[in-house]
Design a protein around this ligand. Structure first.
Ligand code: SF4
Length: 462
């Protein structure tokens, strides 16, 4: 990839920087409503009718030792070890209740542990959690087994334990390596720590290393961020995600502490993201989609090239499991035609599970129209095209040119921007359009259409 080929500049990035969903789900979370134990059970019973379908499994581990001030995740700050013990007991029960309703030992194609800081767990706790999953589920040979780790708190012993358990992908939060930016955001992580952990993971045979960076942080400048990107290029992760910092102190009160520092303005944010694209292109990274980049040697790039890329709550993936089980507080599952999200509060989550009930709090059973639009959005974001003939074959419908006539018309201005090419019943996303996939997807979001005036809950698209 090179920037000239993408024909992208900071002015374009700024112009496209309105609010918009990331479409890890459609319909998106703000459209979901109250859900409960009975809804979760009903969805699992529906999911049990497809016993041969492989599944993805997500486990949310919310514990962190210290709060990073930019954090937008659902976390619990604690140093008390008893917390992990009682949480794992609840996960054990939740997994058993779920698998009992599924009725058969299901195959698993992908496992991801996110957080929080999953490596807040000690080696024996990591083993205990993996044992809980493997007792009830059949992890397939070749499954992707991944975990998020914080380099400052992760030991080589923990990595060795994960390797023994079969983990083959590690995702590390880095955000920014500049010491002043780190001090401001309460991130305490030296370049040496990150490099040493990456080297150890590679030495132990972990084939996939993802690093996450963040732009738009307080006190970040083009020069400091470019320096971070050059160091990252030296470390050579296989994949990179470069997320925009979402300043939402009304949702995350700890972010208020960042307001005493200089937050980049919208044009500065655009410039910072452009710096990321420029530096990463010089270092041999390709745009996958949105804010994800990968080396040409990485499976994600190959999946993009051969049209087998997928997307779920964990982001882009090469593993094609349709449904996802999710365990732990705040986790989101996708099974039996429904999205199901657990309670955000650890105590309420554990209490519900120990009372023999699922702690589902929010969710949505998708309609046929939701599934159709979801398939259109998935196709644009993963296959980088939308072919109405393909979609008709997939859904059994025969009227999609009429059904989506308004959407195809609304894509015209985006075609003029160079984000896509319309040819009759087919839309192709251009390399430039891969950076602005949300805008193409938003055209097919009928909930968004109905409430265009109200957007405060979405993060910035850049
Ligand atoms: S370690 Fe990660 S999850 Fe925990 S507070 Fe920091 S950014 Fe948030």
């Amino acid at each position: 990839m090179n920037v000239a080929e993408l024909r992208v500049d900071e002015e374009l990035i700024l112009r496209m920087s309105g609010a918009g969903p990331r479409y890890t789900s459609y319909p998106t979370v703000p459209e979901w409503h109250e859900f409960g134990d009975a809804d979760a059970r009903a969805a699992l019973v529906r999911a049990s009718t497809k016993p041969d379908e492989p599944l993805c499994v997500y486990v949310h581990l919310p514990f962190c030792a210290r709060m990073c001030l930019f954090c937008g995740c659902t976390v619990e700050i604690t140093r008390r070890q008893g917390k992990v013990d009682s949480y794992l007991a609840a996960i054990e029960k939740e997994v058993a209740m779920t698998c009992e309703l599924l009725g058969s030992r299901r195959k698993v194609a992908q496992i991801h542990w996110g957080g929080g800081t999953p490596t807040h767990l000690k080696p024996d706790e990591l083993r205990r959690l993996y044992g809980i999953l493997s007792r009830h589920l059949d992890v397939q040979p070749g499954a992707e087994i991944s975990i998020e780790v914080h380099p400052h708190v992760t030991t080589f012993e923990q990595i060795d334990t994960l390797v023994d358990l079969g983990f083959n992908r590690v995702s590390m939060g880095v955000q920014d390596l500049d010491p002043h930016v780190q001090e401001v955001i309460h991130r305490d992580q030296t370049t040496e720590e990150t490099e040493a952990l990456v080297a150890h993971c590679r030495k132990r045979g972990i084939g996939g290393i993802n690093l996450d960076l963040m732009y738009g942080l307080p006190e970040q400048t083009e020069a400091t961020f470019a320096a971070t990107l050059r160091t990252i290029a030296r470390i050579q992760p296989d994949r990179l995600a470069v997320y925009g910092y979402a300043h939402v102190p009304w949702l995350k009160r700890h972010q208020t502490a960042l307001e005493r520092y200089r937050l980049p303005t919208a044009p500065e944010r655009a410039r910072l993201f452009f710096v990321a694209i420029e530096e990463l292109s010089k270092s041999g990274y390709e745009v996958i989609g949105l804010d994800h980049f990968a080396r040409r040697s990485d499976a994600l790039w190959r999946a993009l090239e051969d049209g087998t890329l997928h997307r779920n709550f964990m982001g882009y993936t090469t593993h094609p499991a349709e449904e996802m089980l999710a365990f732990g507080m705040s986790s989101i599952g996708d099974f039996g035609g429904a999205f199901v999200q657990n309670n955000h509060d650890t105590r309420s989550y554990e209490a519900a599970i120990h009372a023999g009930k699922f702690s589902a709090m929010k969710g949505l059973v998708r309609s046929a129209e939701d599934d159709l639009r979801r398939a259109a959005i998935q196709s644009l974001m993963c296959a980088m095209h939308l072919d109405l003939d393909e979609l008709e074959a997939q859904t059994g419908r025969r009227d999609l040119a009429t059904h989506f006539a308004r959407e195809l018309e609304e894509l015209r201005p985006l075609e003029e921007q160079g984000f896509c090419e319309l040819r009759g019943r087919r839309v192709d996303v251009t390399p430039r359009g891969r950076l602005f996939l949300r805008h193409l997807a938003m055209v097919f979001d009928e909930y968004l259409r109905k409430k265009k005036a109200d957007r405060p809950r979405f993060s910035k698209t850049i």
